[in-house]
Write a protein that binds this ligand. Structure first.
Ligand SMILES: [Zn+2]
Length: 430
C-alpha cells in the first residue's frame, strides 16, 4: 500500500501530472497563515518595571501596546495582532517569547519605558538583539532581563543565564541572529518616525535581551522615553504623548509591512500613515462618547429610580493567548486592603529595611526571617519594606524592634502608589 502510494507520488512529480488545482492546494498548505504581529507590553502584575513619580512603567507600556494593537487591527483586517497581555498581569520573559513562537509571528514589538539615574536624560531608543560594548546598553538589557530573578527557578528556566552577571552576556557575541537585518530595518523605521515628530533620538542600539533572543522572528524592543525625567514622564502619561508614540510605531509598521508585501509578491492596498493629532481626536471623541453614554445611563437610572451602578474594575485576567503561571512572590504581594482603610486617602507607613539592585527571592537569607516584605522599584533599585499601617506609632514600634536585625532601617510613607515624605504623611494624618 505504502509502496504503491510512493510510486504514484514519484510518477506525479516526474510526469508533471499534478493538476493546477492540486498544485494550488499544495502551495496553500505550504503557504504561511496571515501576517502576524505580536505586541508585548513589558512588565505587569507584581513586576511594575521602572517607577516614576506619577505612574509606573507597566501601565504606560500597556496603554501604548493596547492602542497600537487596536490601530493595526482597525487598518489591517488581514493581519493577526496578538497582545502578550491585555491586563495588569505578570508574565515571564519565556512566556512572552512562547506566545511569539506559538503564533509563528512575523514581527515582535516589545514596548518598554526607560529609566536612568541621571534624571536629565530623555529620548527614545529602539533595541535589536546583539552585542555592543556600550555600558549604557548593557545596563538597559540587565534591567529588562532582571525580571527573571522573580522566578523561583530562573537558573533552570533560562539555561543558567544570570541577568545580573556581565559574563552571561558573552553568549550573545557567539550567536548568529538570522532576523538581524529585518529587526534592524524595523527599529530604524521606528526611530525615524520618532525623529520626524521631534522626539529626542537616542538611536537604534544593540543589547542582549532574553525576550528578543528567544523569539523566532524579527524583533525589536522600543524604549519609549525616560520615566525618570519629570517632564518626559508627564509627556509619556499624557494623551498627546501616548498618541505620538503609538502613531510613530504604527507608521513604522505601515512602511515595514508594505516592504514585506512587496518582497513576498503580495498585492495589498495602500495603507495610509496616521498623525498623532488624528489619534488624539479619536481618543477624545471616544472618551466623550463614553461620558455621554454614562450620562444617559444615569438619566435612565434616575427615571427608573435605580441606585447608580458601581464602576467595576476589569478582571485581572491575562490575554487569552497568555497562560501565565502567575505566582506572585510573597514578598511582592500587595497587602490586603481593609475596607475601612481607603489607601488613596490615608497615607501608610512602612519600614524600609534594605535596597538592592536586583529582586530578592522569597525566603532568601537577606530577609533575616521576615515574611511578607514588599518592594518598590525606583530606577535601578529595589527598595524593600516591612510592615504597613496608617498609624505612625505602630510602624515606629516595629522599626525599633527591627533595628536589632536591620540597624539602618527607617520609616517611609506612601500615599496610594506614590512615595511621599514622612513629614508630608504626618501632616495629612494630623
Ligand atoms: Zn522595561
Amino acid at each position: 500500500m505504502k509502496k504503491s502510494l510512493f510510486y504514484i507520488l514519484v510518477f506525479a512529480l516526474f510526469s508533471g501530472a499534478l493538476t493546477a488545482q492540486q498544485k494550488a492546494s499544495v502551495q496553500k498548505a505550504a503557504a504561511k497563515k496571515n501576517y502576524t504581529v505580536v505586541i508585548d507590553a513589558g512588565h505587569g502584575g507584581h513586576d511594575p518595571g521602572a517607577l516614576g513619580k506619577l505612574t509606573q512603567e507597566k501601565t504606560l507600556n500597556l496603554e501604548v501596546a493596547t492602542r497600537l494593537s487596536q490601530l493595526i487591527q482597525l487598518n489591517y483586517p488581514d493581519v493577526k495582532v496578538v497582545l502578550t497581555r491585555k491586563t495588569d498581569v505578570f508574565l515571564t520573559l519565556q512566556q512572552r517569547a512562547d506566545i511569539v513562537n506559538r503564533n509563528q509571528a512575523d514581527l515582535f514589538i516589545c514596548i518598554h519605558t526607560n529609566s536612568a539615574e541621571n534624571r536629565s536624560v530623555t529620548g527614545t531608543e529602539t533595541f535589536v538583539l546583539g552585542v555592543d560594548k556600550m555600558q549604557s546598553n548593557l545596563d538597559v538589557a540587565m534591567r529588562e532581563n532582571a525580571v527573571m530573578l522573580l522566578e523561583d527557578d530562573y537558573k533552570t528556566n533560562y539555561e543558567g543565564f544570570d541577568p545580573s552577571s556581565v559574563d552571561s552576556y558573552i553568549m550573545f557575541e557567539l550567536m548568529q541572529d538570522q532576523y538581524f537585518d529585518k529587526s534592524l530595518n524595523f527599529a530604524t523605521l521606528v526611530q525615524q518616525e520618532f525623529t520626524s515628530i521631534g522626539r529626542s533620538d537616542r538611536g537604534v542600539r544593540q543589547a542582549g535581551f532574553w525576550v528578543l533572543h528567544k523569539s523566532a522572528c524579527p524583533s525589536v524592543l522600543v524604549e519609549m522615553g525616560f520615566i525618570s525625567n519629570a517632564n518626559e514622564e508627564k509627556y509619556l502619561a499624557s494623551e498627546k504623548g501616548k498618541s505620538e508614540i503609538t502613531s510613530s510605531i504604527y507608521n513604522a509598521f505601515v512602511t515595514h509591512k508594505a516592504a514585506y508585501d512587496k518582497r513576498n509578491g503580495i498585492v495589498s492596498r495602500t495603507v495610509e500613515k496616521v498623525t498623532a493629532k488624528q489619534l488624539e481626536q479619536k481618543a477624545d471623541s471616544a472618551a466623550q462618547e463614553k461620558l455621554s453614554v454614562k450620562a444617559e445611563q444615569k438619566k435612565t437610572d434616575a427615571k427608573k429610580g435605580v441606585e447608580p451602578k458601581q464602576e467595576t474594575k476589569p478582571a485581572d485576567k491575562p490575554a487569552a493567548e497568555a497562560k501565565p503561571a502567575d505566582k506572585p512572590a510573597a514578598e511582592t504581594k500587595p497587602a490586603e486592603k481593609s475596607a475601612d482603610k481607603p489607601a488613596a486617602v490615608l497615607p501608610v507607613y512602612r519600614v524600609q529595611i534594605f535596597t538592592t539592585t536586583a529582586p530578592v527571592k522569597p525566603g532568601d537569607a537577606t530577609f533575616k526571617g521576615l515574611k511578607n516584605c514588599k518592594y518598590t522599584k525606583v530606577g535601578k533599585f529595589y527598595k524593600y519594606t516591612y510592615g504597613e499601617d496608617t498609624d505612625y506609632q505602630t510602624i515606629a514600634d516595629i522599626q525599633s524592634e527591627l533595628r536589632a536585625k536591620f540597624k539602618d532601617c527607617f520609616i517611609v510613607a506612601f500615599l496610594g502608589d506614590k512615595q511621599i515624605t514622612v513629614k508630608e504623611a504626618r501632616e495629612i494624618t494630623k
